[in-house]
Design a protein around this ligand. Structure first.
Ligand code: RTP
Ligand code: MG
Length: 148
């Protein structure tokens, strides 16, 4: 079973889209493992986005992401990493398909509503960067797995 790190970015929190994003993950059948509202520091975000260090958009991205709270979450389920990316849509919302989160709610590349880990390595790294082990809750769903 995979786990991935998902964050509703500041523009998503400010626009009241936290519930909408969580609903989509819940209804798809994924399980919430951790969740908290975080006003993240620049240090945390520089580490989170370390793969983009040196790129032209890096400073603006870190400044924006630290400007206002984000909803940080861990979701679990079969193939959740790649399925979450499909649910999010393309990085540039102008190219995201309707029906995806970015395709339904975004226009601007720098205000694309949601972050999701892009692979198994980044998922593990990001989950442990944002959450302590104690904050990651393993729980058994009461319903049978055939429901989804
Ligand atoms: P994310 O990390 O946020 O889930 O998005 P992603 O994998 O689809 O995109 P990534 O390449 O990792 O870029 C991280 C975020 O930086 C902003 N960005 N701006 N050329 C640009 O102006 C540019 N490129 C990327 C986006 O907000 C993107 O989500
Ligand atoms: Mg990325």
């Amino acid at each position: 079973m995979e786990r991935t790190f998902i964050a509703v970015k500041p523009e998503g929190v400010q626009r009241g889209l936290c519930g909408e994003v969580m609903t989509r993950f819940e209804k798809r059948g994924f399980q919430l493992v951790a969740c908290k509202l975080v006003h993240a520091s620049k240090t945390l975000l520089e580490s989170h986005y370390e793969e983009h260090k040196g790129k032209g958009f890096f400073d603006g991205l870190v400044a924006h992401m630290s400007s206002s709270p984000v909803l940080a979450m861990v979701w679990e389920g079969a193939s959740v990493i790649s399925t979450a990316r499909t649910m999010m849509g393309a990085t540039d919302p102008k190219k995201s398909a309707p029906g995806t989160i970015r395709g339904d709610y975004g226009i601007d590349m720098g205000r694309n509503i949601i972050h999701g880990s892009d692979g198994t390595e980044s998922a593990t790294r990001e989950i442990n960067l944002w959450f302590t082990k104690e904050e990651q809750i393993t729980w058994k769903p009461a319903l049978s797995s055939w429901l989804y």
